[in-house]
Unconditional design. Structure first.
Length: 550
C-alpha cells in the first residue's frame, strides 16, 4: 500500500505513544516493587555530594526517569530529611542516569524482545505475589520499549517518499534553534526526556533527521526534561523550588550553551558519515556527565545564591482556614452527600499527613511554638471529624447500604482523628521529654527511627490516594503494608534490645522514648491503613481477619 501523509502520521504517533507508555510502565513497576527500598537508599546516600549524585544516577537508571527521582527528592527536602545541597547533587546525578538509560535501551539487547515479553506476561499472570507481578510488569515494559523502537523505524521508512519531508528535515538542520525548542516542548508534553531522546535517536539512525537537527533536539530534550520537574514542583515549599530551579538553570541553560558551542564550532560537519542516532545519544551522555562534573563543586554556592533569590513566604496561611465541603443542601441525596464527606475526609487526611511529615523535626530541635501549632491543628482535625460524623448522621436514607456507607466514612474520620492525636499529644510529648532531659538517640537508633517514619509517611500518602480513588488494588497494597509495618516494628524493637545488651549509653538513656516512638508510629500507620478496610470489605476482598488470598 502506498504511503500517505495521514497514514505516516498515524503510524508514527501510535509508535511514539507506545514508547511513552512503555517507559511509564517500567517506571511504575519499579516504583511499586522497590519504591520503599529506593526511597530509603536515596535518603541514606547523602553523606557527601558525590555519593548523593551516584545514588541519584542509580535510582534514575532503575526507575527509568529523572523526574521520578525529582519527586522523591522533593519529598525528602520538604520534610528536612535531606539538605538542599544533597538534593541538587541527586538531581544532577539523576540527569546523568536518565542519559545512561537512553543509551542502554537503544542497544542491541532488543533482540531479546520476544523472550522479555513472554516472560513478563507469564510472571504477571501466574504470580499472586505483588512484587513478583511488578517484576513481570517491568519485563513487559522493557519489551514494549524495544518493540516501539522497531515500530518507529518501520513507520519512518516511507518518510523519504512523502512530499515536503526532506524540506522539513533540512529546515530543522539549518535552524537548530527551532529544532531545539520543538524538542524541549515535546519532552515536556510527554513528561519523559528518555522517551523523547530515544525517538529522536531512532529517527536520526534511520537517516530521517540530519545530524545537526538530531544533536539540537537531544539537547532540547534536556531542557524539556528539566521543565517537567519545574512545573511539578511549582507549589512546593521554597527549599524544594530552590533545588529544582537550580537544576533547570544548570541543565536547561547548559543545553542552550552546548547548542551555541556546537553551532559556533560547526561540530556536526566534522562528524558527517557516522551514525547520527548513536552520536546524538553519546552527546546526551557526554553533556550530562560534563554538567555533573562541572557543577558538583559549585553546588553549595549555587544553593546559597538560590536562598537569597527564592525566599520563604512572609506569612503562611493558617492551616485552619479551610472551607468545608459538607453541603447541607444535599443531605436528601445520599450519593452527593457521601461525595462531600469523602472530599472532607481527604482534606482531613492531608492535614494529618502534614503533621506526620514534619513531626520528627521536633526530636532534632524542640520548639514550643511548633508544638503549640500541632496542638492547634489537632483541634482543627478533631472539629472536622465531629462535623463529618454529625453530617453523615443527618443523611436521609431508606436502606441499609446507605447506612453502612455512612458508618464506614464515620469510622475513617475517627481513625484519622486518632492518628492526629498520636502526633499532637504522644509524639510532641516524647520530643518534649527528650529535650528537657537533654538526651540524644544513638546513631543507629536515630537512623532506624527516621527510616521507620519514612515508611509510615509513605503509607499515609498511600492511604490518601486510596481515599480519593477507591482503587481496590491500592487498598490491598495498603493493608499488606500494615502487616509489613508490624513485622518491621518488631525487628526494630529487637535491634534496640540488642544495643541495650551491648551497653550503649545513649541507647539506655533514650530507651523508653525510642520504644514509645516506634509504637506511636505503628499506631499512626494503623490509623491510616484502616482507610482501606471498608472498601475491601465491600468488594469481598477481606477474610475474617486478613486479606483474602484468592
Amino acid at each position: 500500500m502506498a504511503s500517505t501523509p495521514v497514514l505516516f502520521i498515524i503510524n508514527m504517533a501510535a509508535a511514539a505513544a507506545l514508547l511513552i507508555w512503555a517507559v511509564r510502565l517500567v517506571r511504575t513497576g519499579f516504583e511499586r516493587a522497590f519504591g520503599g527500598q529506593l526511597r530509603l537508599w536515596l535518603r541514606r546516600s547523602t553523606s557527601n555530594r558525590f555519593a548523593a549524585a551516584m545514588s541519584g544516577a542509580s535510582t534514575a537508571v532503575l526507575m527509568q526517569s529523572s523526574t521520578a527521582v525529582a519527586v522523591l527528592m522533593a519529598g525528602f527536602v520538604s520534610t528536612g530529611a535531606m539538605g538542599s545541597v544533597a538534593g541538587l547533587s541527586i538531581m544532577l546525578g539523576a540527569d546523568l542516569g536518565s542519559s545512561l538509560v537512553a543509551l542502554m535501551l537503544n542497544s542491541r539487547i532488543a533482540i531479546v524482545t520476544p523472550l522479555l515479553l513472554l516472560a513478563g506476561v507469564m510472571i504477571f499472570l501466574r504470580s499472586s505475589a505483588r512484587r513478583i507481578r511488578q517484576i513481570g510488569r517491568i519485563l513487559i515494559g522493557l519489551s514494549l520499549i524495544f518493540l516501539s523502537l522497531e515500530l518507529i523505524r518501520d513507520a519512518s521508512l516511507p518518510l523519504t517518499d512523502l512530499a515536503g519531508a526532506e524540506t522539513l528535515m533540512l529546515y530543522l538542520a539549518k535552524d537548530v534553534t527551532v529544532a531545539f525548542l520543538l524538542a524541549a516542548l515535546f519532552a515536556w508534553l510527554v513528561h519523559s526526556s528518555v522517551a523523547a531522546v530515544l525517538l529522536f535517536a531512532t529517527l536520526a539512525t534511520q537517516g530521517l533527521l540530519p545530524l545537526e537537527a538530531a544533536l539540537a533536539m537531544v539537547l532540547g530534550a534536556n531542557l524539556g526534561g528539566s521543565v517537567v520537574a519545574f512545573v511539578l514542583t511549582l507549589k512546593a515549599n521554597s527549599a524544594v523550588r530552590r533545588v529544582v530551579w537550580c537544576n533547570l538553570f544548570l541543565r536547561g541553560g547548559g543545553a542552550a550553551a552546548a547548542l551555541a558551542l556546537l553551532v559556533k564550532f560547526d561540530a556536526a560537519t566534522g562528524l558527517q558519515g557516522a551514525d547520527a542516532g548513536q552520536l546524538s545519544l553519546y552527546l546526551h551522555l557526554l553533556f550530562n556527565l560534563a554538567l555533573l562534573l562541572i557543577s558538583l563543586p559549585f553546588v553549595g554556592p549555587l544553593m546559597r545564591v538560590a536562598t537569597t533569590l527564592v525566599r520563604e513566604p512572609a506569612q503562611n496561611p493558617s492551616p485552619g482556614e479551610w472551607r468545608s465541603a459538607l453541603d447541607m443542601s444535599v443531605l436528601n441525596q445520599p450519593v452527593r452527600a457521601f461525595g462531600c464527606a469523602q472530599r472532607e475526609l481527604v482534606e482531613m487526611g492531608h492535614r494529618c499527613e502534614i503533621m506526620l511529615r514534619d513531626a520528627l523535626r521536633l526530636f532534632e530541635t524542640y520548639d514550643e511554638t511548633t508544638a503549640k501549632g500541632y496542638r492547634a491543628e489537632f483541634q482543627n482535625v478533631s472539629r472536622m471529624s465531629l462535623d463529618i460524623r454529625t453530617y453523615l448522621s443527618r443523611v436521609r436514607s431508606k436502606d441499609d447500604v446507605t447506612g453502612n456507607r455512612a458508618f464506614d466514612l464515620s469510622t475513617i474520620a475517627v481513625n484519622l482523628e486518632a492518628g492526629a492525636d498520636v502526633v499532637a499529644r504522644k509524639m510532641v510529648e516524647l520530643a518534649r521529654s527528650k529535650d528537657i532531659e537533654d538526651l540524644q538517640f544513638s546513631a543507629d537508633g536515630w537512623r532506624e527511627l527516621t527510616d521507620f517514619h519514612d515508611v509510615v509517611l509513605r503509607n499515609a500518602q498511600h492511604a490518601i490516594s486510596v481515599l480519593m480513588s477507591e482503587d481496590v488494588g491500592l487498598a490491598r497494597e495498603l493493608v499488606e503494608q500494615k502487616e509489613r509495618v508490624r513485622d518491621l516494628e518488631q525487628r526494630l524493637q529487637r535491634a534496640h534490645l540488642q544495643r541495650l545488651r551491648e551497653g550503649l549509653t545513649e541507647t539506655f538513656e533514650t530507651s523508653a522514648i525510642h520504644l514509645d516512638l516506634l509504637r506511636s508510629l505503628k499506631m499512626l500507620n494503623t490509623s491510616f491503613a484502616m482507610v482501606a478496610y471498608p472498601l475491601l470489605e465491600e468488594r469481598g476482598e477481606l477474610l475474617e481477619s486478613r486479606l483474602a488470598t484468592s
